[in-house]
Design a protein around this ligand. Structure first.
Ligand code: GDP
Length: 173
């Protein structure tokens, strides 16, 4: 089967997931409005093409784990990296969010894929820090290519750093 990115192959395909309300749409919106050049829509109607400094990605935001689950595998097989967004201010759902992440990577055996966990909403009081989340997520660095970063979807703080990391993990991009 041919690539779904026949023309814009240099835009690295990335899948972004996370629980509802974690801030995925806000992050995508910030990325779209703060890129150096405006990009046109990709051939895939669900993907947003992002060009932020050196980072060029097509990002699929396909909703939280309870939605579009049947599509995950479809998009995952076409993705070269995974971004998992966590609302680090939502203590009540932190366990659920981490457990969904674990289920996802174990189910699809993602040991080969670069993964960026974004601890979003760091502007809010009493957020869980990336260090604390790292301990809770507790995945062996020798088995997984994983970075845990912090960000604020409203101001964009931390987004370039995180995206740049995952972009640079992709071979032959
Ligand atoms: P999604 O369901 O994952 O797409 O989440 P949304 O992007 O719709 O965000 C859910 C809510 O969180 C909205 O009210 C956003 O304005 C808010 N939000 C998203 N990111 C941040 C952030 O970094 N800080 C704060 N304070 N609010 C945020």
């Amino acid at each position: 089967m041919g690539s779904i990115f026949p023309v814009e192959a240099r835009y690295v395909p990335i899948l972004m997931i996370g629980l509802e309300n974690s801030g995925k749409t806000t992050i995508l919106h910030w990325l779209k409005s703060n890129q150096a050049v405006s990009t046109s829509k990709t051939v895939d109607p669900n993907a947003e093409k992002i060009s932020l400094k050196e980072v060029k990605m097509s990002i699929w935001d396909i909703g939280g784990p309870n939605h579009n689950r049947h599509l995950w595998n479809h998009y995952l097989t076409k993705s070269q990296g995974l971004i998992y967004v966590i609302d680090s201010s939502d203590h009540a759902r932190l366990h659920e969010s981490i457990s969904e992440f674990h289920d996802f990577i174990y189910k699809y055996m993602l040991s080969h894929m670069p993964m960026l966990v974004l601890c979003n909403k760091q502007d809010l009081p009493n957020t869980v820090s990336p260090i604390h989340l790292n301990r809770k997520i507790n995945l062996g660095r020798d088995l997984y290519n994983l970075k845990i970063g912090s960000c604020c979807g409203l101001t964009g703080e931390g987004l370039h750093e995180g995206l740049s990391w995952i972009y640079n993990q992709i071979p032959n991009r």
